[in-house]
Write a protein that binds this ligand. Structure first.
Ligand code: ATP
Ligand code: MG
Length: 620
């Protein structure tokens, strides 16, 4: 399990209150747990359950998990962790058509990466709902025998028509009065493959006049000849989700079954079914209880596996792990950390009413996490060469080769301090990053202005203003290096600046005595021409330009942002080029970046993704 969030950082919510009250009242104190999921008889042989509560995260393995699932994972695993419980990872794989082992593996990875383990032990295999098909079949036969279910041979169309609607009660099926013996025989024929797909279904027998349409004899088993990824061709009938889910929870001795609000109307059936199976002695009491919370809606993001799949299959993105995708693999490749996502889940909290969370809340959580941890480094994203024309004069040149002066800066601003070359590092790991300055360095093109706008503090050459007053070329510090004074620039035939020219001011090296005697108003980032490394930097922006891309049935493809990815050729300092894949950095002044997990090659082919910009925009 992940490190617990400090008690002080946790806000109470309605789920915590329910759990705390259940623990106070001992609602689940008498439960037994046989070590594996099972029926009443199985658990009766077990010891009192050492887990105070049991929650579960039950994804359907039909796609990659997204940020909404991350919320659900943090809630379910977080509550189990905080209250001495266990959270189950269970694949809800009762629908044979859509599931795939690729998704199963990606879900396991995502939960682990977020920092959680399941089923009481880090080595435990996740549970699979399809392992319970045998019990579900038995439960269905029990309902039939007890007069609580019947086989209906109406067509789908007839069933829809006889269900009624909000204002109109349903009408009983002509097959509703069949005897349990007749129903049992028919149901067994269904299982044996004697009837066509869709020709009949098993329905719970509840109340066709119920104000809750979900209670009007819902279908619980259907005929479907499909090969299942776990059970193969063993079954040609499959349980419906609404029937399967409560049973899965009960077999696993779940206490608090937490789901999203759209299942609220299913709760009466959830309770009805478990009551029937507990009174029949099939399932252990007390029954799990379902609680609903509002799903996550995040601006500029879609959280539907189906729609995300469309982006992938229509090649609108490079894959499920495209850094613009809100999938957990995408967020991870973008530079998101488990800590940032956990902080996000904590911060947005749990409520019972739907709302939209601003995307900046998610970004803020990443910034907060990386601010303390990410090593700093300098990268020039739009480089122009700066030539220090007096360099050789000041430093001399050795055997024709221009002199290089070693420089260093702390990897983390709050660790260590700038030191003179050769002095021992502060000892606080990780300490210093090393690079060198010479006659030529790369600077950002925007750090030079021939005629500076008002308030511009970076490089501009000497000039005369309108009334003939001489204005000196501006002085700035090359961060971690020297103070320099701008003297001019060279241009090509099109007027594009090819080189910025400046002179180095001697005895101003950062960290040396007297370096601060020459005052400057700005320090600019740079990378040496001699040791800078070319890098591919992928500048990401939001994938959609509409804050609610799929709200109200809108076609989300229409609001795809055409500028969501810009690839730039940058120059980075040596410490960045030597990054390990997945390592995060703050590129000073530009934002937080991550070495791409797949494409970055340490030392030789650096590739970085923009994770999130800095909050403070770069000053003038
Ligand atoms: P999708 O609609 O994207 O396919 P789903 O709800 O079908 O999502 P499941 O795999 O069935 O996905 O869900 C696993 C768990 O994650 C469920 O308990 C579900 O309620 C929860 N979940 C899914 N989307 C969100 C969301 N946006 N916010 C919070 N929880 C979510
Ligand atoms: Mg679903």
């Amino acid at each position: 399990m992940s490190t617990p969030t400090p008690e002080s950082a946790k806000t109470s919510n309605f789920l915590r209150q329910i759990i705390e009250s259940d623990l106070d009242r001992g609602t689940y104190a008498g439960r037994r747990w046989a070590g594996t999921p099972g029926d009443a008889a199985h658990h009766a042989q077990g010891a009192p359950d050492p887990a105070k509560i049991r929650t579960r995260f039950p994804p359907e393995p039909n796609g990659y998990l997204h940020i909404g699932h991350a919320k659900s994972i943090c809630i379910n695993f977080g509550l189990a962790r905080d209250y001495g419980g266990v959270c189950h990872l269970r694949f809800d794989d009762t629908n044979p058509e859509k599931e795939d082992t690729e998704y199963v593996n990606s879900i396991i990875d995502a939960v682990k990466w977020l920092g959680f383990d399941w089923n009481g032990s880090p080595e435990a295999a996740p549970y699979q709902a399809s392992d319970y098909f045998g019990f579900m079949y038995r439960a269905a036969e029990h309902l039939i025998e007890a007069g609580h279910a019947y086989v209906d041979e109406q067509t789908a169309e007839q069933m829809r028509a006889s269900r009624g609607d909000f204002g109109k009660p349903g009408v009983n099926s002509p097959f509703r009065a069949r005897t349990p013996a007749e129903n049992l025989a028919r149901f067994r024929e269904m299982r044996e493959g004697q009837h066509e797909d869709g020709s009949m279904v098993l329905r719970a027998k509840i109340d066709m006049a119920s104000p809750n349409i979900n209670m009007r004899d819902p279908a619980i088993y259907r005929i479907r000849r499909a090969t299942h990824h776990n059970t193969g061709d063993t079954w040609c009938i499959y349980p419906m989700y609404t029937f399967a889910h409560p049973i899965e929870d009960a077999l696993e001795q779940i206490t608090h079954s937490i789901c999203t609000l759209e299942f609220e109307d299913q709760r009466p059936f959830y309770d009805w079914l478990l009551e029937r199976l507990i009174e029949g002695g099939l399932l252990a009491a007390p029954a799990p209880k379902q609680y609903e919370f509002a799903r996550l809606n995040l601006t500029y993001v879609i959280t539907s596996k189906r729609k995300l799949a469309q982006l992938v299959y229509d090649h609108k993105v490079s894959g499920w792990d495209d850094p613009r995708m809100p999938t957990i693999v995408g967020l991870r490749r973008r530079g998101y950390t488990p800590a940032a996502l956990q902080l996000f889940a904590e911060r947005i909290g749990v409520t019972k009413s739907d709302s939209w969370i601003d995307y900046s809340t998610l970004e803020g959580c990443l910034r907060e996490d990386l601010e303390e941890k990410a090593h700093r480094g300098m990268a020039v994203l739009n480089p122009v060469k700066l030539v220090l024309t007096n360099w050789d004069e000041v430093f001399g040149s050795q055997g024709g080769a221009t002199y290089l002066e070693p420089c260093s800066l702390p990897a983390l601003p709050h660790h260590g301090h700038e030191v003179t070359p050769g002095a021992p590092d502060s000892g606080e790991p990780p300490a210093m990053r090393h690079f060198s300055i010479g006659k030529e360095v790369w600077i950002e093109r925007e750090d030079f202005e021939e005629v500076p706008p008002k308030g511009y503090k970076r490089l501009y050459p000497p000039r005369e203003d309108a009334d003939g007053t001489a204005i000196a070329g501006n002085r700035v510090r090359l961060k971690g290096g020297y103070v320099i004074e701008c003297t001019g620039a060279t241009r090509d035939a099109h007027g594009v600046i090819t080189e910025v020219l400046a002179t180095v001011v001697p005895d101003t090296k950062s960290g040396t005595p007297g370096a601060d005697l020459v005052k400057v108003k700005a320090a600019i980032t740079w990378v040496g021409v001699a040791d800078g490394v070319s890098a591919e930097v992928r500048m990401y922006d939001r994938l959609f330009s509409d804050a609610q891309p799929d709200a109200g049935g809108k076609d989300f493809i229409e609001s795809l942002n055409p500028d969501s990815l810009k690839v730039v050729s940058a120059i980075v300092e040596p410490s960045l080029a030597n990054a390990l894949p997945d390592q995060k950095f703050q590129f000073e002044r530009h934002g937080y970046f991550v070495a791409d997990r797949l494409d970055h090659v340490q030392g030789t082919k650096p590739v970085f993704n923009l994770a999130v910009g800095l909050k403070d925009s770069w000053g003038k």
